[in-house]
Design a protein around this ligand. Sequence first.
Ligand code: NAD
Length: 501
Amino acid sequence: MTVKTPVTRDEWFELSKSLTLHGQAYINGRFCDAESGETFASINPATEEHLTDVASCDQADVDKAVANGLAVYRSGEWAEASPKYRKTVLLKLAALVEQHKDEFAVLDTLDMGKSISEMTAIDVPDAIDCIQWTAECIDKVYGEIAPTAPGSLALISREPVGVVAAITPWNYPLMMVSWKIAPALAAGNSVVLKPSEKTSLSALRLAQLATEAGIPDGVFNVVTGYGHTAGKALALHNDVHVLAFTGSTRVAGMLLGYAGESNMKRVWLEAGGKSPNLIFDDCDNIKKAAGGAAAAIFSNQGEVCIACSRIYVQKSIKETFIAALVEAASRYQPGDPLDPNTNMGPLVDKAQLDTVSRYIRSATEEGGQVILGGEPEYQEGEGFYAKPTIVTEAHNGMTFVKEEIFGPVLAVCEFETEEEAIALANDSQYGLGAAIWTSNLSRAHRVSRKIHSGMVWVNTWGEGDTTVPFGGVKASGNGRDKSLHALDKYSEIKNVWINID
Ligand code: NAD
């Protein structure tokens, strides 16, 4: 049966009311309460309405999920299944997500506030593509034979690592989960996922569909709950072999400590960012650069790890660029995220709104000039909405230019020379992404080489698909999601040396 995709706000709203929201944990192929019976509330940030109660898992639930994951890993039912078989099952999962794409779009919009138009244009198609693409790769990855002397044969192969713990954030709930579970499952591992306590719903639905697709019980488990309970228990668990994390730099550092305190599990970190956006005076279309710069900070309400929250504009075009930027930014208007015309939803919760207010206040106290937006005007019960905010007269010494805000607040700084622009861009603890706007090809290559970050966009921002790696350097983390490089995180490399003399 083909179900028509909603078009209007009312149709999306109707769909949202018809859904069953699952808040129980998902362990060994079925929904279950936390052993303690504890729950916490999932709140819709657009309306502050209670959506459902979510299981608050702790050590006991994590132990159960990891034990199930380990048992099925040892059984070989999934880990030793042929790559072709794993591919077929994961392709079925991708097809099921596609079949339920509208439901997934609504789940994350309700849970996190992201606009339905971003969900349908970006998050859901990206998640499907990631699962599909990774599945299709897994029976095309070959081992190696080392160039040894004739008397020996050395085989180099990839094996699953065992139990992978994935800990994910709330800003792209389904997409971040897919980036972790697709390569981890494709490589033959068992997964215990702990989604952010702010957005558990789409992960739970995905796990349910994974069972329907044919993933054996215990191979994909979801323990919902808080970071300091469920997350910490997972990170300290001695039967977890790999910890794959996306979230803040603060928590990333804690996870490294937990790994050292426990079994030295391998830790992969996708952490925070404060990405620079360099606008050179030879950029051939200032309006386009301003549009790209606005999208780079106001899409998804600025709750984007690769948000270009620091603009460095060349002094000679500063006034013209700022005028175009304000015009482009004015097109972002916070509104009901279920309305397909809305391009900015609410922030995820009151704490995030307070953080944004605090940084805007600090920006003005330290000499910045707010030329658009300003501190949010919060009305209890009406959602956590923040306006697109631009602060000029900014420089690298200011707190709001140094620290990740994770909201729609843009700092505009200036530079005079290319060397200065590179130095200012690199003057940050982070190194996730960077954008450069120039029509000079040599400059584009020269500057991209000198920028310390995992990703650079030239005359665009944020583009990329499943074929390219995603990740950062410095305090933005290590390892890469997406592309064939993602498989490196979830496989052990084994060398078997055979004497054939
Ligand atoms: P967060 O670090 O607060 O939480 C991330 C996850 O870690 C959540 O599931 C949380 O419950 C868990 N957690 C918290 N404390 C923990 C602990 N002590 N032990 C184990 N787990 C714990 O981050 P967030 O607020 O959910 O997400 C926003 C952050 O994520 C931003 O810094 C953003 O830049 C970053 N992010 C990075 C990328 C990337 O690819 N580099 C992508 C998206 C988001």
